[in-house]
Design a protein around this ligand. Structure first.
Ligand code: ZN
Length: 267
C-alpha cells in the first residue's frame, strides 16, 4: 500500500535516511511491538514507537499513575495521577500519532497470561521494574521464539541488550536467575535519576525500530551500559549462547512458564 501525502510528510526524516526509505517506513507501519511496563523505560519507548509510526503498539501495566512517577515517566501528566498507567500512556501515544493502533493491556503480566499477551507482536520491549517480570518476559520470549530488548536502570546507571532467537544469548544466559527477594535494591529503595530512563528507553525503542525496518546492527550478544554520573557508554561482550542456560541451552529445564516470586516493587 502506498503512503499517503500526510504520511510522506510525517515520516519524511525517516524516508530521506539512506538505507531506510519508504521501504523501512512501510515495514514499521506493518510491524508491531509490545512494551512491558508503562513506567520509566516504557514511557519514552512507547512515545518514540508511536512517533515512528509502528503500526500496532501494545502496552502492559496494571498500575496507576502516582506523583512520584512523574520525575521520569514522561508519558504521564500531573492530571493523570490516580488513573491507569496504560490508559494514560495510550492517550499520549494516540495524541502523537493517529496512524498507530494502541492496544491497552491493563493487567499484571504473569505465567498464566504472558504467552498470550506476547504472541500477537513482532518484538517485545522489556521495561519491567522487577526481576520476576524480567525473567518471565525472557522465558516467554525464548519459548515463543520472539525477539526482545531488555532494559534496566538504577541510580545513575542503565543497561540494555537485545535477544534474537538463534542469533545470541538470552537474558538468562547472562543473569542466570532472579536474585533472592530483597537482595537487589529497587528504584524505589535506591533512587534513579530521571533522564537515565529516557536514555535507556530510547535505546530500546531504537532496537525495535531497527529490527522492524531491517536497518543497523542490534545489541545482540552484548550488554550496552550507560553511566550517567560519568557520561560514559560501555559494553559487556557476552561469550554467546550459554549451553547450560535453563531456557535456551542445549538441555533446557524451563519448558513452561512459571512465576518467580512476588515483585520487589511496583513503579
Ligand atoms: Zn539463555
Amino acid at each position: 500500500m502506498a503512503l499517503t501525502d500526510e504520511q510522506l510528510e510525517r515520516y519524511s526524516r525517516h524516508i530521506i535516511l539512506k538505507g531506510f526509505g519508504v521501504k523501512g517506513q512501510k515495514r514499521l507501519l506493518a510491524g508491531s511491538v509490545l512494551v512491558v511496563g508503562a513506567g520509566g523505560l516504557g514511557s519514552p519507548a512507547a512515545l518514540y514507537l508511536a512517533a515512528a509510526g509502528v503500526g500496532r503498539v501494545g502496552i502492559v501495566d496494571s498500575d496507576v499513575v502516582s506523583l512520584s512517577n512523574l520525575q521520569r515517566q514522561v508519558a504521564h501528566a500531573t492530571s493523570g495521577i490516580g488513573t491507569s498507567k496504560v490508559a494514560s500512556a495510550a492517550a499520549a501515544m494516540r495524541a502523537i500519532n493517529p496512524d498507530v493502533e494502541v492496544v491497552e493491556h491493563d493487567l499484571w503480566l504473569d505465567a498464566s497470561n504472558a504467552a498470550g499477551v506476547i504472541a500477537p507482536y513482532d518484538f517485545v520491549i522489556e521495561g519491567a521494574d522487577n526481576f520476576p517480570t524480567k525473567f518471565l518476559v525472557n522465558d516467554a520470549c525464548v519459548l515463543a521464539g520472539k525477539p526482545f530488548c531488555h532494559g534496566g536502570i538504577l541510580r545513575f546507571q542503565g543497561q540494555m541488550m537485545t535477544y534474537v532467537p538463534g542469533q545470541g544469548p538470552c537474558y538468562r544466559c547472562a543473569f542466570k536467575e532472579p536474585p533472592p527477594e530483597g537482595a537487589a535494591p529497587s528504584c524505589s529503595q535506591a533512587g534513579v535519576i530521571g533522564a537515565v530512563a529516557g536514555v535507556i528507553g530510547s535505546l530500546q525503542a531504537l532496537e525495535a525500530v531497527k529490527y522492524l525496518a531491517g536497518v543497523g546492527e542490534l545489541a545482540v550478544g552484548r550488554i550496552v551500559t550507560y553511566d550517567a554520573f560519568y557520561g560514559d557508554f560501555d559494553e559487556i561482550q557476552l561469550s554467546g549462547r550459554e549451553p547450560n542456560c535453563a531456557v535456551c541451552g542445549d538441555h533446557p529445564t524451563i519448558t513452561a512458564l512459571a512465576d518467580y516470586g512476588a515483585p520487589a516493587c511496583r513503579a
